[in-house]
Design a protein around this ligand. Structure first.
Ligand code: DAH
Length: 346
């Protein structure tokens, strides 16, 4: 075998090698234990001493030469591979990061906060009560007769408790249907004068539409003292609505209505702020909008809470409804839609 030819052959192959695998293969084929150069060495034993010596030297030189060449190429490939990877994985830590969008307050939280501020300003303490309530605090203590329709399955969410017939009214649980439950809870444990505002979630088992949701917010007001009058009620309601709608021209009117826990009871209308009482689609041409329920606390309610010789007024209003009127929102279901196009406007 001509050593020069062998060298040429190997150099050509080396030239064509493009990665470390190619090189390892080349090393194995020519320089390895079973490689060609070893093969030639072991077939030298038949040559004469001089020829053996010459060939031995040549093979050794070739071996050293190749080892060096392969090693060099290996290094070159490794360097270029590293460079390529670094370029691919390059991370520019000076680039500006992704902007985290800033959240903001939900319109209902905003309304609740504004109402709390107004009632605090008017001298009311803001208190809260349980959303899962017993029937006694939600109905019985508020003078609801046992056969009142609000106690029906289609109006109220009842908590599953097995056989409810064996339970007392204080052991039967429901999702509260109004924040009026906190009237009775608070009066049981506090002495007059009482002046509280109670914001919170309430639940109704009914079909939803543009104005009704199964879950919405109310704020309840309760003022108990000696000689509280309807005039006091009107004064507080008028002031709170003027503050909330930021409009000193807001007027109210009281219409007789029935709620078991008040006597007399009223439905309260507010002058339409959209058309200034000229008549528009929001107030159906009436100039007035029904906005809340109110009345003078029924003496039966005081009795069930252990109070006597006192008078008081109470009112309850839907926070959702107030926010809808203030921001001219046409469908209550927007509030829980999670639609950012809606939410971002506040
Ligand atoms: N609780 C009533 C409701 O949810 C609203 C209400 C009416 C509350 C009259 C009151 C009141 O405190 O006096 O429909």
């Amino acid at each position: 075998m001509n050593i020069e030819n062998l060298k040429k052959e190997i150099l050509e192959k080396l030239e064509k090698s493009v990665n470390l695998k190619d090189l390892e293969l080349l090393e194995k084929d020519y320089l390895g234990k079973k490689g060609i150069i070893r093969n030639i060495s072991s077939s030298m034993k038949d040559l004469d001493v001089q020829a053996k010596k010459e060939l031995g030297i040549k093979l050794n030189e070739l071996n050293v030469f190749l080892e060096e060449k392969i090693d060099k190429k290996k290094k070159a490939i490794k360097t270029s591979e590293t460079k390529e990877r670094e370029e691919k994985e390059f991370l520019d830590i000076t680039l500006p990061g992704d902007k985290v969008e800033r959240g903001h307050i939900h319109p209902l939280s905003l309304a609740k906060k504004e109402l709390e501020d107004i009632f605090t300003f008017l001298g009311f303490s803001v208190v809260e009560g349980p959303e899962v309530e017993d029937e006694w605090h939600n109905f019985d203590a508020l003078n609801f007769p046992l056969d009142h329709p609000a106690r029906e399955m289609q109006d109220t969410f009842f908590i599953k408790q097995g056989n409810r017939a064996n339970l007392s009214q204080k052991e039967k649980f429901i999702l509260r249907t109004h924040t009026s439950n906190v009237q009775t809870r608070y009066m049981e444990t506090h002495k007059p004068p009482i002046k509280i505002a109670v914001p919170g979630r309430v639940f109704r088992s009914e079909a939803t539409d543009a104005r009704h949701e199964v879950c919405f917010y109310q704020i309840e007001g309760l003022y108990v003292d000696k000689n509280v009058s309807v005039a006091n009620l009107k004064g507080i309601l008028l002031r709170f609505l003027q503050e909330y709608f930021k409009d000193k021209n807001v007027k109210i009117r009281l219409r007789p209505s029935f709620f078991p826990f008040v006597e007399p009871g009223f439905e309260v209308d507010m002058s339409c702020t959209v058309c200034n009482q000229k008549g528009c689609s929001v107030c159906s041409g009436e100039g007035w909008l029904e906005i809340l329920g109110a009345g003078m606390v029924h003496q039966n309610v005081f009795s069930s809470c252990g109070l006597k010789d006192v008078t008081g007024f109470a009112f309850g209003v839907s926070v959702d409804r107030l926010a809808m009127m203030k921001y001219k929102i046409d469908n209550i279901r927007w509030f829980h839609s999670g639609d950012l196009r809606f939410l971002k406007q506040f």
